[in-house]
Design a protein around this ligand. Structure first.
Ligand SMILES: Nc1ncnc2c1ncn2[C@@H]1O[C@H](COP(=O)(O)OP(=O)(O)OP(=O)(O)O)[C@@H](O)[C@H]1O
Ligand SMILES: [Mg+2]
Length: 242
């Protein structure tokens, strides 16, 4: 089976800061991949490279078997790569509904009743329907994060990239989010989820990768990786030969 998404030796640096150090990994249809790593490791930059807002210094990115390395961000989104932003970026002067409508029309290329239907469905599933007519500029951070997820869903992705969406949720909200993401997967959507809320991640992902200084330093079964020496070294500062 051709992977939905494939990174081949992708490299990117900002001066001396290496955010992608020969990154190679792939994602299958319907698979959920978790990504962890310390602050500044290059996780969000990896999403910027996949969505096309950052151009790599080397390597290539393939989507559905096609080389998309030279494609614009807009073309990648229309083809089916959508993301949420770690720092929410709504159109502040538009309502929640209007924000999702932009995603459905510009991101997914829908129009009219079909776009409306998708927006209302997604707003219902993300719990935002009661606030559909509220201006995005005045929302709490949590609601802006919900809107990030809603907008990404309205773009009708094949690959959904989620950047830290579980922080700050109550336990019930976190369970609802896990159910929502697992529901998306069951429709065949592939997911890459960067998340510091590890228990939420472990409830969803099939595979976990660990990024440090732009390099993939570990990959495999989520529970095994969480208990691995590499992760303990990074998060708990345990020495390799301790
Ligand atoms: N456009 C840019 N220009 C210069 N440096 C950048 C740029 N974007 C990111 N960086 C730097 O690259 C490094 C990786 O940033 P990135 O946002 O990808 O990290 P991250 O793993 O998502 O971290 P966090 O867990 O804090 O979200 C950081 O040192 C950051 O300051
Ligand atoms: Mg980040």
């Amino acid at each position: 089976m051709t992977p939905v998404l494939e990174l081949n030796a992708v490299r990117k640096s900002f001066g001396a800061v290496v955010v992608a150090d020969d990154q190679s990994w792939s994602l299958d249809q319907g698979e959920a991949l978790g990504v962890i790593g310390p602050n500044g490791a290059g996780k969000t930059s990896m999403f910027n490279l996949v969505t096309g807002t950052l151009k790599p210094n080397g390597g290539s990115i393939r989507f559905m078997g096609q080389d998309i390395t030279a494609w614009s961000a807009a073309r990648r989104c229309r083809a089916g790569i959508a993301r949420s932003f770690q720092v929410p970026q709504p159109f502040r002067g538009m309502t929640i509904y209007e924000n999702t409508y932009v995603a459905a029309t510009q991101g997914a290329g829908l129009s009219g009743a079909e776009a409306e239907e998708v927006c209302l469905d997604v707003l219902g599933r993300t719990g935002l329907l009661p606030k559909a007519n509220v201006l995005a500029g005045g929302l709490t951070l949590l609601d802006r994060k919900r809107l990030e997820l809603a907008r990404a869903m309205c773009a009708k992705p094949r690959v959904l990239l989620l950047d830290e969406i579980a922080g700050g949720l109550t336990e019930n909200e976190c369970h609802a989010l896990i159910d929502l993401i697992n529901g998306l997967r069951s429709t065949g959507i592939s997911i890459v989820w960067i998340e510091h809320v590890v228990h939420a991640l472990l409830a969803v992902v099939d595979r976990l990768i660990v990024i440090d200084f732009g390099a993939r330093i570990a990959e495999g079964d989520p529970h095994e990786i969480m208990n691995s020496r590499a992760v303990r070294e990074i998060y708990l500062g345990i020495e390799a030969d301790a």
